[in-house]
Every structure is written in structure tokens, then in C-alpha cells.
Design a protein around this ligand. Structure first.
Ligand code: PRX
Length: 659
């Protein structure tokens, strides 16, 4: 389409779906806006009919009696039905005669001279998953037991996830970048007794010591019975004689035959921990039927997936996040389009890693995050230009609002001005896309995630639940249940209700501020709680504060987000030192505290800026005034009301103190 519609500097540039996309994609599932509007209205008018029809496209071991039972905030979808997500991802394709089609393409690190590439067909995947599932059964894992998975991005990670689903054991995947403490919290919360890990993971030529981290965590996890260890790097690890098992020995010895358990539609498929505004991470619960149907359906529509048309889909996310769960594994495999996973980092061995992958595998669908796009821009156009990117048809983005400049760069430099960009807005809690363009239908505007997905009744409301007029900022809510909505926070009903269902009665509150423009498009303005979105990943300010305070030098800490060129939001920490450390305030201690946080939580939580202060700005009731700190961290003059500030001199001192 035409770059030409309006001048480059305006915010209201509109990009119609391109002719190139229409002619190359084969079948356009939703071909125009009339079709979108009609289908969206139909999906909201009679959700049971709509989702019943969609769900009939999946395999059910026992049919459901009712599509939906809704007792706010509790939804039950496909009530009485029995199914298996692994069956629908894998076995179904084999039974339908597609066993030799490629299911997963994997590129490993190290990549020189040539990267290691593995291709797994559905039949091979079925065999590997079955063996792994049998290995879990042999370790005493039963239907309903949570299995923790802490691995690098290797095919066995997807295999492990599917093996859990096969036997009805909910998985809890922990991002491999997290530290031992994060493992301890999550394993304890989930009461998990089995952990699957690797000896290590490759990242930028270094080995991330996953097994050593698990060993450290296990010193505080007496309930863990078994650790299954995949050999990936070949580095020396300690094997506990009764607890630890090698994958190649244990899985290798199993039979290929492991029937898929028929589980209730509402049987938990997985827990995935995400940061909240206070306290420990929340174990978001997703169940089987609704999640399976919604993720596969939205993957098909948002990316316009068409099997057997040579499509290759590459999502750069890690499986440790919801994007990996929904749009590398569960949403993709039922659509029979190969899903490409990669191990390593986008800039190793060089900054063209992704473009080399796109060229090598003739990738048609590329899905990444704004933070990555900003890095690509910084690294320079020469990297993508060295590669043939002509196979690309659809580009996706997720994780945070994309700034129009990055959108335009993505559009021009990666998409040659002819690939639709789908800016997909969603959350760990929503399971799948809630607001997104559809590539064959929706005219896109840089920076807007555009319009709601089918079945999603999204709105901008005030705290009384009243819908706000165009261009008025308010709360993003979803007013009707949808199949892949979270079913709860593991073990914390009160927090579930408090976080999502108490701010506006009867509506799901996403925790984001947003507005709609004149054409009804959604613009996400950012989080309304004490959650900061760093590189597209949510971190609770509390978590970082707790990590800082656990350092002996620190007595008090306040953490806020600040603008960051690449990460979108960076982490700013204001720290008060204990009396014995008052003279230590300086660069070495800053570095030590940064490392301390990285060690406690993981590298993504490392503060970008630390400022020492003898006092933090507080209200008379003792609450830290984060709004003021946000202004200071971003270098803004504060227009905030400071009448409740206890000690005005604090503000002046904070501004003075140099970084
Ligand atoms: O603030 C929104 C932002 O990321 C939050 C969800 O984070 P998480 O659960 O970690 O999931 C990220 C991947 C789905 C949202 O509440 N967010 C996500 N996608 C977008 C976005 N903000 C604006 N535009 C998006 N496309």
C-alpha cells in the first residue's frame, strides 16, 4: 500500500492492507472491514453460537453440553467437554495424514560456521512428546500435578510443555533468565515436585548455568523429588544421585506410545507467573478447552495462517513468556504452519541474526517486540539489507505500545512497505490477542493496536463502568467473557478478584489506560498500576524494591519506570542507605546493587539508574510518592500536587543529586 496517503509527520497515516499481501497469501480469512464488522457483531451477539462453531473444528474426546457458563468473574467454557491440547497440536495432524509435515523448525546457538538446524515433523514430535510424557509418568507425575520447566530455547522445551499437556499435568514454565530465587518462589507456590531443566543454555557464546541455578534453588525446596536434565551444552554439572535424571537416559528408555489423557475442558493447562503491583508474582491459571480454541483461532486470523502454502512462522519470544506459550506452541501447531524457535540472542554472532534466519528459512510471518525493533533501528539498516527478506508477508509486534517511528521503520525496512503490521495487544491474563488488526482487512495506523478481536467486547470506561467518548483516556476493560480468559490466580482467589474484578463492577480490568480515536481505534497509554513494562515484560516495582532492600547496605528503596530509548521503560531506583554505609554512596556500590538485583531476580530487573538519597518523598501517611519520583527520574518538572508531601526539602535534594 501507499505510503503516500498522508504526510510522514502526521499521526494519522493510514495503511490499507496491501495488494502484495492479498495476492501472495492465498486465502484471506477476513477480507475486508465489512466482513470484520459483521463477524465481530455476530461473535458478541451470540458468543455461545460463535465459539461453539469455532470449537467444533477441534478434536473432543467427549462433546460439551454447554458452550459457556458465566457467573462473573467465573467462566466455564465448553462445559462437560473433554479434550487434550497436545492431541489437537500433534496427534490430530498425524491422524489426518500430515505426520510428515514440519511442525517445528529450530535454530541453535552456536551458529558458526553454520547454525545447527533441526526440523521436527508432527510424527517425530508425537514420538518425542510421548516418550517424555512416559518419562514424567515414570517419575510419579499424575494428572493435575504441576511440573516446573526451566530450560533454554531448545525443541525439548516445546516437547516438555506438550508432554505435560498430554498427561494432564499443568506446566509452569520459568523464563531461563530468572534467578534461583524466582525458581524457589514459583516452585513453592505451585507445589511442584518435578523440575525439567538443561545442563545449561547458550546465549551470546556463554553458557547460562540453568542446572546450577536449579541446584541452588533446590537447597530450599525439599519437596522436589526429581529433576530431569537435558544435556545441551555438555558442560560439567553436579547430578544428585537419587533426585536427578538425565533426559537422554530416562526419556530415551521410554516407549513411543503414550495415549493423550482426556481432560475436562476446564482442567488447568498451565500456570504462568507474572508480576503484579504488590507482593509475589501471580500464578495465572489457564485451562484447556477455551485457551486451546482461542489461541489457535486468533493465530489463524491475526496472522492469516494457511496450511500447505509454504508459510513459515517465526516468533522471536522465549517460551518462558505467554507469547511463547500461545503463539509459538499452542496457537500454531493446530494450524499446521511450521513454527520456528531460535536459541540465543538477536545480536549474536552478529546483529543480523534474525534476518539470516528469515532468509535461510523463507520466513513468511515474523513476530517480535517493539524493544527489539528499536534495537534493530539502532544497529542500522545494513543488517537487514544484507539479506533477502522477500518471503515476508505479515509482521507482528507485541509487548508494549510501539512508537510510530519504530512502526514506520519496521514497515519500510523489514516489510518493504508491503507487509501488513499486526500490533497485537494482549496480556498473560487474556491468553491470546484481544485487540489487533487483521492483515487482510484492517487499515492500520502506526502506534494503534486498532480494533477488538472476535468475541472481545473491549471498551474504555470510567470507574463506574460508563463508556467514555472518543479521545478520552480511561480504563481498558473487557465486558464479556472470552474463552482464553484467566480462570484465576493460583491459590489466591481474593487477589484475583481484587486485581481484575473490583475496580469496575462486572468487567475485566486489564490494568492499562487507553483511549479510542475518532475511528474507534484503541491506543494503549500504559499501565495504571505499579507495574513497569521493561522490554515488553512486566515487572512489579515491589519485586525490585524487595531485592534492593535485601542488600545489607539498603534500608529503603523506591522503584519507578523512566523513559528508555531501547527498552521503552527503564528502571529507576531511589535508595536510602543504612547508617554504616552512608559513606559508600558511589559508583562501585551502584554497580554492586545493580548486580545484586540481577542476581536476585534476573538480568531484566537490573536498574538502569540508581540514585542515593537520605530521604524519600512521602505523604503524611507515609506512602512513597511515586508520581514525583517518576517525574524526577524522567527529568520532567513536576506538575503534581505536592500538598501532601511531608518534607518539601526532599524534592529539591532529589533533583540535585546526580546520577
Ligand atoms: O500494558 C500492556 C502491554 O503489556 C501488558 C501485558 O504484559 P504481559 O502479560 O507480560 O504480556 C505481554 C505479551 C502479551 C499489557 O497490559 N502490551 C502488550 N501488548 C501491547 C501492550 N501495550 C500496547 N500495545 C501492545 N500491542
Amino acid at each position: 500500500m501507499s505510503d503516500a496517503i498522508t504526510s510522514v509527520l502526521q499521526e494519522n497515516r493510514v495503511f490499507e492492507p496491501s495488494e502484495h499481501f492479498r495476492t501472495s497469501i492465498g486465502t484471506v480469512h477476513v477480507p475486508n472491514m465489512d466482513a470484520y464488522r459483521a463477524e465481530h457483531a455476530r461473535s458478541l451477539g451470540d458468543p455461545s453460537k460463535y465459539w461453539g462453531e469455532v470449537a467444533r473444528g477441534f478434536h473432543w474426546m467427549h462433546p460439551w453440553q454447554r458452550v459457556l457458563e458465566w457467573n462473573a468473574p467465573d467462566a466455564r467454557w465448553f462445559v462437560g467437554g473433554q479434550t487434550n491440547a497436545c492431541f489437537n497440536c500433534v496427534d490430530r495432524q498425524v491422524e489426518a495424514g500430515f505426520g510428515d509435515d514440519v511442525a517445528i523448525i529450530w535454530e541453535g546457538e552456536p551458529c558458526s560456521p553454520e547454525p545447527e538446524v533441526r526440523r521436527l515433523t508432527y510424527r517425530e514430535l508425537q514420538r518425542e512428546v510421548s516418550r517424555t510424557a512416559n518419562a514424567l509418568l515414570s517419575m510419579g507425575v499424575k494428572c493435575g500435578d504441576v511440573v516446573t520447566i526451566y530450560m533454554g530455547m531448545v525443541p525439548e522445551l516445546a516437547i516438555a510443555v506438550l508432554a505435560c499437556a498430554r498427561i494432564g499435568a499443568p506446566h509452569s514454565v520459568i523464563f531461563g533468565g530468572f534467578a534461583p530465587n524466582a525458581i524457589v518462589d514459583r516452585v513453592l507456590d505451585a507445589q511442584s515436585k518435578v523440575i525439567i531443566t538443561c545442563d545449561g543454555a547458550w546465549r551470546r557464546g556463554q553458557v547460562v548455568p540453568l542446572k546450577a541455578n536449579v541446584d541452588e534453588a533446590c537447597t530450599r525446596l525439599p519437596e522436589v523429588r526429581h529433576v530431569l536434565v537435558l544435556r545441551r551444552t555438555g558442560r560439567e554439572v553436579t547430578m544428585h544421585p537419587t533426585r536427578d535424571l538425565w533426559w537422554h537416559e530416562c526419556v530415551g528408555a521410554q516407549s513411543d506410545d503414550c495415549p493423550c489423557a482426556a481432560v475436562d475442558s476446564e482442567h488447568p493447562l498451565f500456570l504462568l507467573y507474572t508480576s503484579g503491583s504488590t507482593g509475589k508474582p501471580k500464578g495465572i491459571v489457564h485451562t484447556t478447552g477455551g485457551y486451546m480454541v482461542f489461541t489457535a483461532h486468533t493465530a489463524r486470523l491475526t496472522f492469516n495462517l494457511v496450511p500447505a502454502r509454504g508459510q513459515v512462522y517465526f516468533c522471536t519470544a522465549d517460551l518462558g513468556w505467554i507469547t511463547g506459550h500461545s503463539y509459538i506452541v499452542y496457537g500454531l501447531l493446530p494450524n499446521r504452519v511450521p513454527t520456528l524457535m531460535y536459541e540465543g540472542a538477536p545480536n549474536f554472532p552478529a546483529e543480523d541474526r534474525f534476518w539470516a534466519i528469515v532468509e535461510r528459512h523463507r520466513v513468511t510471518h515474523f513476530y517480535t517486540a517493539p524493544t527489539a525493533i528499536r534495537s534493530f533501528m539502532k544497529w542500522g539498516d545494513a543488517h537487514p539489507q544484507r539479506h533477502d527478506l522477500s518471503s515476508l508477508l505479515v509482521l507482528g509486534t507485541v509487548g508494549e505500545p510501539i512508537n510510530p517511528e519504530a512502526w514506520m521503520w519496521y514497515h519500510r525496512t523489514i516489510g518493504s512497505s508491503r507487509c501488513p503490521i499486526v500490533d497485537t495487544m494482549w496480556q498473560t491474563e487474556t491468553g491470546g490477542h484481544i485487540i489487533t488488526p487483521l492483515p487482510g482487512a484492517t487499515p492500520t495506523v502506526p502506534g494503534s493496536c486498532t480494533l477488538p478481536m472476535f468475541g472481545i467486547d473491549a471498551a474504555i470506561v470510567n470507574e463506574r463502568g460508563e463508556e467514555l467518548p472518543a479521545n478520552t483516556g480511561g480504563l481498558l476493560v473487557i465486558r464479556k467473557p472470552w474463552p482464553s480468559m484467566l480462570r484465576g490466580i493460583h491459590g489466591d482467589r481474593a487477589r484475583f478478584i481484587e486485581t481484575y474484578w473490583s475496580k469496575v463492577p462486572g468487567m475485566y480490568v486489564a490494568g492499562d489506560g487507553a483511549r479510542r480515536d475518532d475511528r474507534g481505534y484503541f491506543w494503549i497509554m500504559g499501565r495504571i498500576d505499579d507495574v513497569i513494562n521493561v522490554s515488553g515484560h512486566r515487572l512489579g516495582t515491589m519485586e525490585v524494591e524487595s531485592a534492593l532492600v535485601s542488600h545489607p547496605a539498603v534500608v529503603e528503596a523506591a522503584v519507578v519506570g523512566m523513559p528508555h530509548e531501547i527498552k521503552g521503560t527503564g528502571i529507576a531506583a531511589f535508595v536510602t542507605l543504612g547508617p554504616d554505609f552512608a559513606n559508600s554512596a558511589g559508583a562501585p556500590l551502584k554497580r554492586e546493587l545493580q548486580e545484586h538485583v540481577a542476581h536476585e531476580i534476573g538480568a531484566i530487573a537490573r536498574p538502569d539508574m540508581i540514585r542515593f538519597t537520605t530521604l524519600l518523598p512521602k505523604t503524611r501517611s507515609g506512602k512513597i510518592m511515586r508520581r514525583l519520583l517518576r517525574d524526577i527520574a524522567s527529568g520532567r518538572e513536576s506538575r503534581q500536587d505536592t500538598t501532601t508531601l511531608e518534607d518539601f526539602s526532599v524534592l529539591a535534594k532529589l533533583r540535585e543529586s546526580d546520577e
